[in-house]
Design a protein around this ligand. Structure first.
Ligand code: TTP
Ligand code: MG
Ligand code: MG
Length: 442
């Protein structure tokens, strides 16, 4: 058993070696045992348990693994219909190639690059393999995307015979050995900082951010590092003269909330390194939603509306089937440059009606449709409950009551004659061809 806390030789400041996992007995620059310079040291090393893991240049790494001739070449994965870079390997990144960049620009920067068309099926498969290795460490795995997840490694020390920091380092080795790609890991006391840490020394990185240094570390970072601060909010903050997290740290909670609403509270807490969101493995559905990625990006509200309508009906159908309702409507947009925007609105009572979901979503969408081009649109509800209290008949206005009644009538017809029998004015014959909506969470 690994008695980290007891023996003085296991001083976390001496750390361990990421190559041979040996604990270090001194502050030398190379591993006492194997001579590797890849040492991890940190005063809180054996206390931290929240990890974020993200694969390095994921699609490109898989292509290199499967074609050794590409190993030392600059590789860009992308092209196809959208003509943009999905990702580039780290050799191509030296020349400035980045995800979401138009392919012609990437090739101007790096003419010698090898362009590989994406093979999503393969990447999804490898993503699953990575996920399975994570789940072998702990059931507390919260996937964020195809190549990354949060892990809460609390309480796994007995199982693995070593503290989370070492479990994480060993995991990185296992992925390299078994899957032939590399990952970067971040270790901290909360999700916010674990995610920042994993991005810190890519590729093959391992970064630790402890509680003690969190405020001073954050002070020196730009506000854009805060989760939820996208281009729009960053511009607003900039107009208000706020660029660095240090400035947020000096502001009062009330002041921030007056200026920026709910987001103000988040700015207050995250700027101080306060984040108590638990790692949430996707067991039970916390929301029901549907989304779609467009073949070509769409900016016009008139083109987004029918898509929103169709997705709202899909969500509603699923709620009705499961006998549940949701009280918060969530609109999700992804801009052309892959920035995620989510907007929420809480309703007076839970709903399962397509029309209420749609109308609320439309209201939120109107504010966002400012000429920005979107590649993805999604709508859903959260705050789920059973549908007993959903959509009381005394809905505020007459119009919405009429629509609710009409919707019940349509549901009855659909039950009898199938979905296609009834189409609303919003979906009928309108809209742009889009990929079939993918359920976000079943
Ligand atoms: P990321 O984890 O953001 O990027 P990455 O793994 O390629 O590189 P790194 O993490 O080392 O910075 O995204 C994972 C995959 O998602 C990426 O390999 C390709 C895909 N992707 C796109 O298709 N378009 C994009 O704009 C982004 C950001 C990612
Ligand atoms: Mg990645
Ligand atoms: Mg990622």
């Amino acid at each position: 058993m690994f008695a980290v806390m007891a023996a003085p030789v296991n001083n976390p400041e001496h750390g361990f070696c990421r190559d041979c996992l040996a604990l270090q007995h001194s502050q030398t620059r190379r591993c006492d045992r194997c001579g590797s310079p890849r040492l991890v040291r940190h005063a809180e090393l054996y206390r931290l348990r929240i990890a974020h893991i993200d694969c390095d240049a994921f699609y490109a790494a898989i292509e290199k693994r499967d074609n050794p001739a590409l190993k030392d070449r600059p590789v860009i994965v992308g092209g196809g219909r959208r003509g943009v870079v999905s990702t580039a390997c780290y050799i191509a990144r030296i020349q400035g190639v980045r995800s979401a960049m138009p392919m012609f620009k990437a090739l101007e920067l790096c003419p010698e690059a090898v362009v590989v068309p994406p093979n999503m099926e393969k990447y999804v498969g490898v993503g699953r393999e990575v996920r399975a290795l994570m789940q072998a460490l702990t059931p507390q795995v919260e996937p964020l995307s195809i190549d990354e997840a949060f892990l809460d490694l609390a309480g796994t020390e007995r199982l693995h015979g070593m503290p989370p920091a070492l479990v994480l380092a060993r995991f990185a080795q296992t992925v390299e050995k078994e899957l032939g790609i590399t990952v970067s890991a971040g270790l901290s006391y909360c999700k916010f900082l674990a995610k920042i840490a994993s991005d810190f020394r890519k590729p093959r990185g391992f970064s630790v951010i402890g509680e003690a240094e969190a405020p001073s570390f954050l002070a020196a970072q730009p506000v854009t590092m805060i989760w939820g601060v996208g281009k729009a909010l960053a511009a607003t903050l900039e107009r208000d003269g706020i660029r660095m997290i240090a400035q947020l740290q000096r502001m009062e909670r009330g002041d921030l909330m007056r200026r920026y609403g709910v987001m103000g509270d988040r700015l207050y807490r995250l700027s101080r390194g306060e984040d108590d969101r638990p790692v949430d493995p996707d067991g039970d559905a916390k929301s029901v939603s549907a989304e779609t990625t467009f073949d070509t990006d769409i900016a016009a509200l008139a083109e987004l509306v029918p898509v929103l309508r169709g997705l709202s009906e899909k969500v509603s159908a699923r709620l009705k089937r499961s006998g549940i309702a949701g009280r918060t409507v969530v609109l999700k947009l992804k801009t052309q440059d892959f920035k995620l925007r989510t907007r929420n609105r809480q309703l007076g009572d839970p709903t399962r009606l397509a029309d209420r979901i749609f109308q609320t979503g439309l209201d939120l969408l109107r504010r966002e449709a400012d000429g920005t081009k979107f590649r993805l649109l999604g709508i859903g509800v959260s705050d789920l409950s059973d549908d007993e209290k959903a959509d009381p008949p005394d809905l505020v206005d007459v119009q919405s009551r009429k629509r609710a009644l009409a919707e019940s009538a349509m549901d009855t017809l659909r039950d009898k004659f199938g979905r296609k029998a009834v189409e609303t004015g919003y979906t009928f014959g309108k809209g742009r061809a889009a990929n079939p909506p993918e359920p976000l969470e079943e």
